[in-house]
Design a protein around this ligand. Structure first.
Ligand SMILES: NC(=O)c1ccc[n+]([C@@H]2O[C@H](COP(=O)([O-])OP(=O)(O)OC[C@H]3O[C@@H](n4cnc5c(N)ncnc54)[C@H](O)[C@@H]3O)[C@@H](O)[C@H]2O)c1
Ligand SMILES: N[C@@H](CCO)C(=O)O
Length: 347
């Protein structure tokens, strides 16, 4: 039976969700997936850090109070975040990186990924910054060190999109995609349709753990822009930089704008899209669009996301599911670990 030792970098909603899943489901995973997980280190800017190479109790970690320096309450814990030590010296096989997404330069998460990969550890991450801004370099680094770099949760949380499109649409010739790729902004638009103000709806999305640390990344479209870059580079081999994607969010949509179109059945949605043009170039954008009532993405409400791939052989293939959420995104980390396990146990 395989046991992977895992270090958690960032212990907010997502990695705490993973600790909770480990506490509740390790025995089931052992039986059904052929591996279990042992948490050997955790580090967080706010909570501090802790290392135990023999394994920490996942349930104690999952229920740790969200108080500054809280790891100091545990035997061997510290109020200081010793990120580098947790990544390099905890004996982890896998590092789960889930710190804040930095949409400008992807740091310090990109550095955390580099440290782990260079030390010969697999990396699983839900953080869009390192992938959108340093994806090619990090994939190369992983290859050079014979380890995996997996990031399924960076687009549409636990809903399978990247691996699904990469593996199961291979050969179908994906020509482009359009999608609702941000849970927070879609939730905000839905709640505004129900009568909440913009600010009230954003506060609710924060409460539910959907929003980024700075929710302007959600409502101004920057989060979707990163996801469009990740999807376009992964599926269309587009080599896009973040600055190549025109980006406008939902801040300009007022309750009055929503009310005005209510009877027509049209709805405002934040749409991220990319398409290969006839000259081979890829054009991508993020913008609030008024979708007509017949549009395939019109029924996608709340924090649900959906992406419709335009393919040469199948026409449109649409995937929908949760686009945000602590447990939903922790599941994406698990799916990355399942992929790593499968690749190590190939016949
Ligand atoms: N929550 C979701 O629904 C969701 C979905 C998909 C992707 N993501 C991404 O996953 C990542 C984690 O999301 P989350 O909801 O857990 O965020 P969060 O804000 O709840 O937690 C992030 C944690 O990282 C810690 N942190 C920040 N900078 C750090 C540093 N330099 N060193 C150590 N720790 C640091 C913070 O203290 C915080 O506890 C983010 O990048 C987010 O964009 C989140
Ligand atoms: N803040 C993001 C999390 C998922 O990337 C969202 O609302 O979609």
């Amino acid at each position: 039976m395989t046991e992977y030792k895992i270090a958690l970098v960032g212990f907010g909603g997502v990695n705490r969700g993973l600790a909770q899943l480990i506490a509740e489901r390790n025995a089931t995973w052992q039986a059904e997936l052929g591996f279990s997980l042992s948490i050997v280190g955790v580090t967080d800017l706010f909570l501090g850090s802790i290392i135990d190479r023999n394994g920490l109790d996942a349930s104690t970690l999952a229920s740790l109070p969200a108080a500054k320096g809280a790891f100091a309450q545990l035997p061997g814990g510290s109020a200081e975040a010793f990120n580098e030590a947790v990544i390099k010296q905890s004996g982890a096989d896998i590092v789960a990186e889930a710190t804040f997404t930095n949409p400008v330069d992807g740091e310090p998460a990109a550095t955390f990924c580099r440290w782990a990969l260079e030390a010969g550890k697999h990396v699983v991450t839900t953080n869009k910054g390192p992938i959108a801004l340093h994806g090619a370099e990090l994939k190369q680094l992983a290859k050079a060190n014979g380890v995996a770099f997996e990031y399924e949760g960076s687009v549409m949380s636990g809903t399978p999109v990247l691996r699904l499109a990469n593996k199961t649409l291979a050969g179908a010739e994906v020509r482009g995609f359009e999608g609702i790729l941000n849970g927070t902004s879609n939730y905000v638009l839905t709640r505004m349709e129900e009568g909440l103000s913009f600010d009230e709806a954003v506060a609710k999305a924060q409460e539910l753990g959907y929003a980024e640390a700075d929710p302007s990344a959600d409502v101004d479209g920057y989060d979707v822009r990163l996801k469009v870059v990740i999807l376009a580079n992964e599926l269309l081999d587009a080599h896009l930089q973040v600055s190549d994607v025109a980006c406008n969010g939902i801040r300009g949509i007022s309750s009055a704008d929503i009310e005005r179109v209510r009877d027509s059945g049209a709805r405002w949605k934040l749409i991220g899209s990319a398409r290969r043009e006839d000259d081979g170039s890829v054009r991508a954008s993020v913008e609030a669009r008024l979708l007509p009532s017949w549009h395939p993405l019109i029924g996608i409400s709340g924090a649900t996301n959906a992406v419709s791939f335009e393919t040469a052989l199948l026409g449109a293939v649409t995937v929908s599911g949760p686009g945000a959420g602590r447990i939903e995104t922790a599941f994406a980390l698990l799916s990355d670990i399942v992929a790593i396990h499968a690749s190590r146990h190939k016949a």
